[in-house]
Design a protein around this ligand. Sequence first.
Ligand code: NAD
Ligand code: TDX
Length: 337
Amino acid sequence: MRLLVTGGAGFIGSNFVRYVVQHAPDVQITVLDKLTYAGNRANLAGLPADRVRLVVGDVADAALVDRLVRASDAVMHLAAESHNDRSLVDPQPFIDTNIVGTYTLLEAVRRYDVRFHQVSTDEVYGDLPLRTDTDQSAHDAVFTAQSRYQPSSPYSASKAAADLLVRAWVHSFGIRATISNCSNNYGPYQHVEKFIPRAITNILTGRRPVLYGDGRNVRDWIHVADHVAALWLILQRGEVGQTYLVGAHCERSNRSVLAAILRAMGRPADDFVTVKDRPGHDRRYALDNSALVRDLGWQPQHRNFDQGLAATIDWYRTHTSWWQAGKAAVEAAYGQH
Ligand code: NAD
Ligand code: TDX
C-alpha cells in the first residue's frame, strides 16, 4: 500500500507514521507536511528512508495534492492548525488549512477514487455540562456519533466544517471516506503549547505551570499510541461513510491533571498560577467509543493515566533538545494574551 499521511511531522501524525512502519511492513509512506511551527523534521528522525519520505508542502496546494494523491492508495489526513488558543488570536490559518486544505484533498481523492480518512476531534460536538452531585442527566451525557455539531471556537468550527465537507463528499460523490473524532491526546512529541507538555516543561525550566480559570474543565484523555492504533484499524477495516468516536473513558479535571503532574515531579500541590479563563472555554468532553470497540475490536492499551503521565514526564525530561529551543517563544506568546 502507498499511504499519504498529511501532517505526519506533527504530534499525532509522527506517532502514526512510527506505528505503521512498525506494524505494516508492506506500506510505503509519503508524509505531506508544511512544517509550520508545529511540524518538526526531528519527529521523523530514525525512520527508514526506503519506507518514509517527507514532502514539504501545503495541503491547500491543489497541484501538489493532485500529484501526491494520484500516486497513493489511501490518505490519512492529520494536517491541521490544532491549537484553540491560537485560533482565538488569528483564525485565518485555521480556515485555510483545516477547511480549504481538506476540500483540496477531497477533490483529489474524488478524481482518483482513493480511500480517505479524516482525523478529527470531539470538540466539533461543543461541550457537555460538568457532572454534579444532583443532576443525573449531566452524569449520563456523552458525545455519540449522532450528537449535533455545535463547535465553540474557531478551531473546532474549522474542524466541524471540514468533517461536514467529508460527509457531503461521501453522500454526493460516493468517495470512500471515514471520519474519526478523538478526545484529548497526550504522550511523546506533543508541542509544548498544549496543556500537559506545557505544564511539564514549565516545571523543568523553573516556571510555574498555568491553570485557566477555575480549572474544573474536564477533558477525556487518551494516550496517543491508542489513538494511532485506532486510526490504522479504521483505515483498514472501517466502514465507508462511518464516523468512529475514539476515546478511552479517562475524564479528568484540569485541576486534577495538574495536581498529578506536580505530585509526580515532586513539587508542592499549590505550585501553579491561575490565569484568566480561555474565552468560550468548553467545560467538559466525554465520548461513547462503543462502535470502535464493538465493530472493530479496538481496546485502549494505556489504561492507567498516572503511568502514562509518568512516562510522558520522563520523555520530556530525556528529550530536552527536542523542545528547549522553542520553549521561551511559546511562553512569550502566551504572555501577550
Ligand atoms: P499538531 O499541531 O501537532 O500537528 C499538525 C501538523 O500539521 C504539523 O506537522 C504541521 O506542520 C502540519 N500542517 C499544518 N498546516 C499544514 C498545511 N497547510 N499543509 C500541510 N501540513 C500542515 O497537531 P496534532 O495534535 O498532531 O493533531 C493532528 C490532527 O489530529 C489534527 O487534525 C487535529 O485536529 C486532530 N486531533 C488532535 C487531538 C489532540 O488532542 N491533539 C485530538 C483529536 C483530534
Ligand atoms: O496552560 C494551559 N492551562 C490550562 O489550564 C493550557 C495550554 C491549557 N489549559 C486548559 C485548557 C483546556 O481545558 O487545559 C485543557 C487542555 O488544553 P489544550 O491542551 O489547549 O487542549 P484543548 O483545547 O482541550 O484541545 C486539544 O484537544 C482536542 C487539542 O489541542 C485539539 O487539537 C484537539 O482537537
